[in-house]
Design a protein around this ligand. Structure first.
Ligand code: NDP
Length: 444
């Protein structure tokens, strides 16, 4: 049997009831086929793919805390340390009720290639909990974060594993976790990224994923004969990635007309007002229904209909599998020219294939949203140096990294005769470095 098919089959068998993990492995291994073919004998002998799809370790733990009514709550915490061939484990912590081991594994697996693509020395990991910070008081969030890190601290460290934010984990949560880690360990080390600016955080980290998404999208458009200025952009989500993607898109001269959350979406014909969005989401922690109060000419709709809005560029920035085949068909019929994934795996496999088959430029998340983790790695460098870089310096580094990610994935696609297939190019470019490091380090 073909090596890739054999490994895919065994992943499904060994990891039952983890559909998102199966999907992520399938998408990556399918796009690695040409690179695997070229080295099949060696990779088989080294069991390279089998070792790549098996996490180094999975940690699952109890997180007990007390709510404001005095009731004890129990959540489940996870950390999946997937692969540290090229550097310490690195990846975010997701706090969302949908979190389970399969979701964390899919994210951790993708993170290996994303981190490799940045060109920085960071391995792949992911973690989180089924805790939902929405609607919780600050004291409840503090109680959860304290309990969570009181267990997780044993497995992380500045040179071992450096978690960061993700859905539901922002500066507040990272701050609470950092404080408790410091209290237990007694060391002031760069063990978490996304920290506040007064205690070791990096300028631009907050903006990095959204800004990076736009730097890469702009380059992809430019290299394919398009200018981002004047284009209409549809964005999903209204969290960290979506807000700063919208801000940078507007700075680059595009018009952003939508935003969404898990209940509904807004269409603003005059262009989304990012300051209003920041007030609602970052300051007041409110729902998107509030947007219309500030911008009466906008429309609010229940559900998730952003992809029905005519656009030139679509940027899914909310969550996995939020853009399906039907959505892809609408985007194509509306003559959308580019889709770039701000979220992790927001397009289903069928949607991705359809978009690519119909000539839509498609930048996969592992490349397009790598700006966040790249800037986290820059935060690690600043912590090690005990220095803080200026906004301009970090932003310049981020832009350079995103351009080089684009060119690396584009060149890898060309080398394997799939020019313009950035999905394959990104996986191959990320994989080559990890594979070489794994083989060089013997068997582990
Ligand atoms: P946030 O928690 O800041 O925002 C998430 C946004 O997506 C919110 O608007 C949220 O709405 C919406 N959302 C979440 N879950 C769902 C769902 N099941 N259905 C519909 N909408 C949903 O997270 P981020 O912006 O940080 O992350 C967004 C995506 O980007 C994730 O896939 C994440 O893994 C990825 N990413 C994030 C990076 C970062 O630096 N933050 C780096 C790389 C990737 P609501 O408020 O209603 O829940």
């Amino acid at each position: 049997m073909d090596y890739v098919d054999q490994v895919l089959q065994s992943v499904v068998k060994k990891n039952p009831a983890e559909p998102e993990f199966h999907q992520a492995v399938k998408e990556v291994l399918e796009s690695l086929r040409p690179a695997v073919k070229a080295n099949e004998e060696r990779y088989r002998r080294e069991a390279l793919l089998e070792r790549l799809v098996e996490p180094d370790r999975q940690i699952k733990f109890k997180v007990s805390w007390v709510n404001d009514q005095g009731q004890v709550q129990v959540n489940t915490g996870y950390r999946v340390q997937f692969n540290n061939a090229i550097g310490p484990y690195k990846g975010g912590l997701r706090l969302h009720p949908s979190v389970n081991v399969g979701i964390i594994k899919f994210l951790g697996f993708e993170q290996i290639f994303k981190n490799s693509l940045t060109g920085l020395p960071i391995g792949g990991a992911k973690g989180g909990s089924d805790f939902d910070p929405k609607g919780k008081s600050d004291r409840e969030v503090l109680a959860f974060c304290t309990s969570f890190i009181t267990e997780l601290y044993k497995y992380i460290g500045a040179d071992m594993d450096v978690p960061a934010g993700d859905i539901g984990t922002g500066a507040r949560e990272i701050g609470y976790m950092y404080g408790q880690y410091k209290k237990i360990k007694g060391t002031y080390e760069g063990v978490l990224t996304g920290k506040g600016l007064t205690y070791g955080g990096s300028l631009v980290r907050k903006e990095a994923t959204g800004y990076g998404l736009l730097y890469l999208t702009e380059e992809m458009l430019k290299c394919n004969g398009h200018d981002i200025a004047g284009k209409t952009v549809v964005i999903s989500g209204s969290g960290n990635v979506a807000i700063y993607a919208a801000q940078k898109a507007i700075q680059l001269g595009a018009r952003v007309v939508t935003a969404s959350d898990s209940n509904g979406w807004v269409y603003d014909p005059d262009g989304i007002d990012v300051e209003v969005l920041q007030q609602i989401k970052e300051v007041r922690r409110e729902r998107l229904t509030e947007y219309k109060k500030y911008r009466p000419e906008s429309e609010y709709h229940e559900g998730c209909g952003v992809w029905s809005v005519k656009c030139d560029i679509a940027l899914p920035c909310a969550t996995q599998n939020e853009l399906n085949l039907e959505d892809a068909k609408i985007l194509v019929s509306n003559q959308c020219i580019a889709v770039a994934e701000g979220a992790n795996m927001p397009a289903t496999s069928e949607a991705t294939e359809y978009l690519q088959a119909h000539g839509v430029l498609f930048a996969p998340g592992k490349a397009a949203n790598a700006g966040g983790v790249a800037t986290s790695a820059l935060e690690m460098s600043q912590n090690s140096e005990r220095l803080s870089w200026t906004f301009e310096k970090v932003d310049k580094e981020l832009k350079q990294i995103m351009l080089s990610i684009f060119h690396n994935m584009s060149d890898a696609a060309k080398r394997y005769n799939v020019e313009g297939d950035y999905v394959s190019g990104a996986s191959i470019a990320g994989f080559e470095k990890v594979a070489d490091a794994m083989i060089s380090q013997g068997i582990w």
